[in-house]
Design a protein around this ligand. Structure first.
Ligand code: SAH
Length: 219
């Protein structure tokens, strides 16, 4: 069945964007980009009616679509500029990818679950969203395409993946949930080849920052 973006969906989406704004998301670019992406396109039809609630939902393979607030917050903190080369770890259903696209990013994304990788490819192509989607292990990044201006990790990593830090441009930013037991949303600023500044958003709207683990090795 063809999925359409009805007036009802558009209205619900507008409400969600207003909610994100009252929660502290201020970037007009981010709010506009999220207004353009029909989130229900990425969910099974059984969740369609819930697509515009500020919640995470299952997308299959025991994974979840990122929470709208998390997508907004990570995107805002990354300060995406038109033409930025962005590496995304954890394509999932492709929702965050679509938002990055509308922010003008050139996206390289990696997903370790083949079913999800494939599904995202199909839905993003249908939406005419351009992104390089890779099936593989995000811990390795994409050395052939480095350096990246920005890196966004949408799964929780126990510690900072060294390969990803290497592939970040100097002056580049990485948003990543870090921590073995409890994950803390962290902004990394790469100040030189070996140095970084870390800004932690501990307890910041905590209920929204919950991530599936970033897993080692492909299977
Ligand atoms: N931004 C996605 C979030 C999906 S959840 C969305 O909105 O749909 C996180 C994703 O990270 C999952 O799809 C999971 O399979 C993937 N993932 C976990 N470990 C990974 C790894 N090492 N490399 C690449 N992807 C990984």
């Amino acid at each position: 069945m063809e999925v359409v973006d009805t007036i009802k969906h558009q209205g619900q989406r507008k409400k969600l964007i207003e909610e994100l704004n009252t929660m502290g998301i201020e970037s007009k670019e981010v709010l506009n980009a999220m207004l353009k992406v029909p989130r229900h396109y990425f969910l099974d039809s059984s969740f369609e009616d819930f697509a515009y609630q500020n919640k995470a939902f299952p997308i299959g393979e025991e994974q979840t679509i990122s929470h709208p607030y998390t997508v907004a917050f990570q995107s805002e903190m990354l300060d995406i500029k038109k033409g930025d080369k962005v590496l995304e770890i954890g394509t999932g259903c492709g929702y965050q990818t679509a938002v990055l696209f509308h922010l003008g990013a050139k996206i390289h994304s990696i997903e370790r679950q083949h079913t999800l990788h494939h599904k995202a490819k199909v839905v993003l192509a249908k939406m005419r969203i351009k992104a390089h989607l890779n099936y593989g292990d995000g811990y390795l990044g994409l050395p052939n395409h480095a350096p990246f201006d920005k890196i966004i990790v949408t799964a929780g990593a126990p510690e900072m993946p060294q390969e990803l830090f290497k592939q970040l441009a100097i002056g580049g930013l990485m948003m990543i949930p870090l921590g073995a037991k409890k994950q803390v949303m962290t902004l990394i600023v790469k100040t030189s080849e070996t140095a970084l500044k870390k800004i932690e958003f501990d307890n910041f709207n905590e209920q929204h920052f919950r991530f599936v683990p970033m897993l080692k090795n492909k299977q």
